[in-house]
Design a protein around this ligand. Structure first.
Ligand SMILES: [Zn+2]
Length: 170
C-alpha cells in the first residue's frame, strides 16, 4: 500500500529537493518509490515489542535486578504509546518505580519499532488487532497516514479525536 506513505514522501521530497536542487516532481518520484519499497510497519495494540524499545526494556530489567533481586519477570505492555509494566506489584519501594518510570520516560521519546527518536502519533493497528486508530510512539518512517478510503465516519471521528489529544497537545 504505497499510498499510505504519501504525506511522509511529500515531506521527504521537499527536504530532498532543498538538499539536492532537483525538481520537486523528480524528488517526489524518488521518495515515493523509496517509501513503496520500505516494508509497511504493522502496529500491534498493547504490544511493547520492537527494536526501538527492546534496549530500554533490557536496561530496565538489569536495573531491576540491582534494586530488587529475584523480582518477578515484568510483563511490558504498550498503552496508548506509553511503555508500562502491566500488573506491577504495588508493594514495591520507590527505587523500583524509579526504574519503571525512567523506562517509560525513555520510551516516550523513542520510536518503538526502530531506535530513532519518536513521539506519540496516531496510527491504525493491523487488522488482527481490529484495524482501529491507536496511539504509538513512532518516528516519521514508522508512522503512516491511514488510507482515507477505508474510514467509516465513526472511526474517522475517533482518529481525529486521538490526534487532537495526543499529537496536537502542548
Ligand atoms: Zn521508527
Amino acid at each position: 500500500m504505497p499510498k499510505k506513505n504519501r504525506a511522509t514522501a511529500a515531506q521527504r521530497a521537499r527536504q530532498r529537493q532543498a538538499a539536492t536542487g532537483e525538481k520537486y516532481t523528480t524528488a517526489l518520484r524518488a521518495e515515493t518509490r523509496a517509501a513503496a519499497q520500505r516494508p509497511a510497519v504493522v502496529h500491534a495494540m498493547f504490544s511493547a515489542e520492537g527494536a526501538g524499545w527492546a534496549p530500554i526494556i533490557q536496561r530496565a530489567e538489569r536495573a531491576l535486578d540491582e534494586v530488587w533481586p529475584g523480582h518477578p519477570a515484568p510483563h511490558w505492555e504498550e498503552k496508548f504509546g506509553d511503555l508500562c509494566w502491566k500488573g506491577a506489584p504495588w508493594s514495591q519501594g520507590p527505587e523500583v518505580w524509579a526504574v519503571v518510570n525512567q523506562a517509560t520516560r525513555e520510551a516516550a521519546s523513542t520510536c518503538q519499532t526502530c531506535p530513532s527518536p519518536g513521539r506519540k502519533r496516531v496510527v491504525v493497528v493491523g487488522l488482527d488487532w481490529g484495524g482501529m486508530p491507536w496511539v504509538k510512539t513512532c518516528c516519521d518512517a514508522c508512522y503512516s497516514v491511514p488510507p482515507s478510503h477505508v474510514w467509516h465516519p465513526f472511526l474517522r471521528k475517533e482518529y481525529q479525536q486521538l490526534v487532537e489529544w495526543y499529537e496536537n497537545r502542548g
